[in-house]
Design a binder for this molecule. Structure first.
Ligand code: 2PG
Ligand code: MG
Length: 425
């Protein structure tokens, strides 16, 4: 049983070319395991703090402080600990930080270590990371879950904060729900993606991509984006609403001014009820089965209206609303807000806390969707997390760009190597 010998971090770059934390753990039997943390752009205000250096280098976005915290404070703290004790190690990191939002040591420092610990334990136990996560879930919650391959949600048209176009809704995703295997889901998605590219080209629209690999053309309206995607699904000989469905991430906090939802691209300024009506119309007209952050993170009244209106026939996902924080999430559940939660481990900062939040979702029959951030790296931990916890869904961008496809490719390997684990429907 190997123990932690050293924890070492350096600053590396993410998919946007901005610094992020990478961490390597060495066990006393020579096993090493690494991790790299993601970073968001349309962040919720209640997320755990990503420690940035300020100053001139990297436009203030350096993470040398977080890196130093790992090398000087966390390294001695974890020496000789058993990497299988994920909960104990995460608690030590949380206590070392001592703040609610991890602003002292930095959520990026803490998460990098927390992830690397899980990788090291899996390697030392000689099990796949997803098998290890299944076990951690059991250790932490006392409950068992069934592993499954997550249904992917692929963001093939980007707007909002992730692109320089005029589209206000941040993400237009496809869900290849009719696919029987993950492999088939990815083939369909890639074919739709490529057909969308041809359609955009034909219409003389831009085929440049946004931060998550989806196309980012200028369009007349959000509805036009949906129509183009429907066209691409049809062009792939697939049936919209039968084989493939649509999901949106409005990231509505980004265009809410405190009273109105301002759709600048459509010259519309709508109050909560009017914006809920706007979304309801889209759900009525198109095979949209999931809407994330359909209201601002502080607009509880708006969330109530939206949930009452379409919550029974549409997955309503809280991202900025819940920020993977179990306390905030529990309050939201008590108020009947949304019916699903987006899970991003860097919003809260450790594996243990992420799992606790998923446990609450399971208890209250809220769906969990494991998610990437718009700033990503080659790290594929979220793929294993989605499988091991049987979350059922993952969203990790377009079937394009290595930072996105790395996650899908990892899932293709898991499917190949685990014949007993099936695609969640
Ligand atoms: C989101 C995410 C990921 P960001 O809003 O769901 O798609 O974006 O990482 O910029 O918060
Ligand atoms: Mg979101």
């Amino acid at each position: 049983m190997a123990l932690i010998q050293s924890v070492k971090a350096i600053q590396v770059l993410d998919s946007r070319g901005l610094p992020t934390v990478s961490c390597k753990i060495t066990l006393d039997n020579g096993i090493t395991a690494s991790s790299t943390v993601p970073s968001g752009a349309s962040t919720g205000t209640k997320e755990a703090l990503e420690l940035r250096d300020g100053g001139d280098f990297y436009k203030g976005k350096g993470v040398e402080k977080a890196v130093n915290n790992i090398n000087t404070l966390i390294n001695p703290l974890l020496e000789k600990l058993d990497p299988r004790d994920q909960q104990l190690i995460d608690q030590k990191l949380i206590d070392l930080d001592g703040t609610k939002d991890k602003s002292n040591i930095g959520a990026n420092a803490i998460l990098a270590v927390s992830l690397a610990v899980s990788h090291a334990a899996a390697k030392d136990n000689n099990v796949s990371l997803h098998e290890h996560f299944l076990e951690i879930y059991h250790n932490i919650t006392g409950q068992k879950v069934n592993p499954s391959l997550p249904m992917p949600m692929l963001n093939i048209l980007n707007g909002g904060e992730h692109a320089d176009n005029n589209i206000d809704i941040q993400e237009f995703m496809i869900i290849p729900k009719g696919a029987n295997t993950f492999k088939e889901a990815m083939r369909w998605s890639s074919e739709i993606y490529w057909n969308l590219k041809s359609i955009l080209k034909e219409k003389k629209l831009s085929t440049g991509v946004g931060d998550e690999g989806g196309f980012a053309p200028n369009l007349q309206s959000n509805e036009e984006a949906i129509k183009l995607i429907i066209e691409a699904i049809n062009a792939s000989n697939l049936i919209p609403g039968e084989d493939v469905f649509i999901a949106l991430d409005c990231a509505a906090s980004e265009f809410y001014d405190g009273t109105k939802y301002n759709l600048a691209g459509e010259n519309k300024s709508l109050d909560s009820t009017a914006f809920a009506n706007y979304l309801e119309e889209l759900v009525d007209k198109y095979p949209i089965i999931s809407i994330e952050d359909g209201m601002d993170e502080n607009d509880n009244e708006g969330w109530k209206i939206l949930t009452e209106k379409i919550g029974s026939r549409c997955q309503l996902v809280g991202d900025d609303l819940f920020v993977t924080n179990k306390t905030i999430f529990q309050e939201g559940i008590n108020n009947n807000l949304a019916n699903s939660i987006l899970i991003k481990f860097n919003q809260i900062g450790s594996i243990t806390e992420t799992i606790e939040t998923i446990q609450i979702a399971n208890k209250h029959s809220y769906k969990s969707i494991i998610s990437h951030r718009s700033g990503e790296t080659e790290d594929t931990t979220i793929s294993d997390l989605a499988v091991g916890l049987g979350a059922g869904q993952i969203k990790t961008g377009a079937p394009c760009r290595s930072d996105r496809v790395a996650k899908y490719n990892r899932l293709l390997w898991i499917e190949e190597e685990s014949p007993n684990i099936n695609l969640s429907q």
